[in-house]
Design a protein around this ligand. Structure first.
Ligand code: HEC
Length: 127
């Protein structure tokens, strides 16, 4: 009886370890994906200079169009300016930027919901 309990505890610990490892992997995969898909135009750390697109530090929950000193397009500001960046809005934006803000200076379409999810997770985990 006692050794069964012990075994169960050990199995539980191994599973918990695996889970932690798997989560670690996911974070680094979402970081890689975000860097490769967005890093050419965006920076992510606090106070880094804007690129072709605005710095995205602290993106989730902040109002769209509010990165200080960045010159957004009129089309972006008219359609999205002031709306808080929720995970749903970000998902729709990444799926089809031109449907949300026709004529926006960011042209990006990601059809794969799995990739969008990983990119959103990056902003949830890092910001
Ligand atoms: C080719 C350059 C380019 C790429 C690649 C790109 N963006 Fe953008 N992004 C822009 C530009 C330019 C704007 C400003 C849009 C405007 O003013 O119309 C922008 C705006 C944004 C905004 C609005 C930010 C705010 O301050 O409200 C978000 C969010 C965003 N991009 C996320 C992403 C993510 C996530 C990726 C990667 C999946 C990505 N972008 C890839 C150029 C790019």
């Amino acid at each position: 009886m006692r050794s069964t309990t012990k075994r169960l505890v050990i199995v539980g610990l191994i599973l918990a370890g695996w889970q932690a490892m798997a989560q670690g992997k996911e974070v680094s995969l979402s970081e890689k994906l975000t860097a490769s898909h967005c890093g050419a135009c965006h920076t992510f750390k606090r106070d880094e200079p804007h690129g072709m697109g605005p710095n995205l530090h602290g993106l989730l929950d902040r109002p769209a169009g509010s990165a200080p000193g960045y010159d957004y397009s009129d089309s972006f500001l008219q359609r999205l300016g002031g709306q808080p960046w929720s995970r749903e809005l970000l998902d729709a934006w990444l799926a089809d930027t031109q449907a949300l803000a026709p004529g926006s200076a960011m042209t990006y379409f990601q059809d794969d919901p799995g990739k969008r999810e990983l990119i959103i997770q990056y902003f949830e985990s890092s910001n």
